[in-house]
Design a protein around this ligand. Structure first.
Ligand SMILES: [Zn+2]
Length: 221
């Protein structure tokens, strides 16, 4: 009897400890993401409809900010995908940061979070985000994806893919010119979509989403 009591007690404590540490880990862990490429039937959309699904708010940086004073006009040929590497700031926080002028020369076109996208500068104006005024800055529209831990990353990836598809259509950008920041500088960016610091299966999944939404736009014409 005594033995059984001791063992039962031991298992109860063990189970309680295991359960506690599990639930704590679950709070720390971001939501599970499946990067498996899946075939989906095309759902035709107009650019207006897809734009509303993204939820684009325009809040341009003041023209007298340091970054915008250094900008030149641009005809976009690439779309560059970044992620913020900031676990706290949402799109609105990044918009306020850029509009304050505190970012100095650094700026980009869009920031996407779970609830929508902020546009910071016109898509016909160069930003400063990819390669120190190299071709990445001179010829690409930049989209930053938020990494706030309270937002759902899958929603952010899909909104970003829709925004990229809209820009592809508007500026006749081919799918191969939708590139990660890594393409221009070798940086591990967008980190959540890189594999060992390079484009791999997660990036392929993302590009398959961009392609899918582009086909939805084409079908909606
Ligand atoms: Zn980047």
């Amino acid at each position: 009897m005594e033995y059984r009591f001791v063992w039962t007690g031991f298992f109860a404590v063990f189970a309680a400890l295991t359960f506690c540490s599990c639930s704590q880990n679950d709070k720390m862990r971001p939501p599970a993401v499946s990067f498996k490429i899946q075939k989906a039937p095309v759902v035709p959309r107009t650019p207006g409809q897809m734009g509303r699904e993204v939820g684009i708010k325009v809040s341009y940086m003041p023209k007298n900010t340091y970054a915008r004073k250094r900008a030149s006009s641009m005809r976009p040929r690439f779309i560059t995908i970044h992620s913020t590497a900031n676990p706290k700031g949402d799109a609105n926080a990044h918009s306020r940061y850029l509009n304050s002028g505190k970012s100095r020369s650094l700026n980009w076109h869009f920031t996407v979070d779970q609830f929508g996208a902020y546009q910071h500068i016109p898509t016909t104006e160069t930003g400063h985000h990819a390669d120190h005024s190299g071709p990445g800055d001179q010829y690409s529209v930049a989209i930053e994806m938020c990494e706030c831990t309270t937002h759902n990353p899958v929603v952010i990836y899909n909104k970003t893919a829709k925004l990229a598809a809209l820009l592809m259509m508007r500026y006749n950008v081919p799918l191969r010119n939708v590139v990660p920041h890594n393409y221009w500088s070798g940086k591990n960016c967008p980190a959540p979509l890189m594999t060992n610091g390079r484009p791999g299966y997660k990036w392929s999944w993302f590009i398959s989403r961009v392609d899918y939404y582009y086909r939805c736009l084409q079908a909606g014409r």
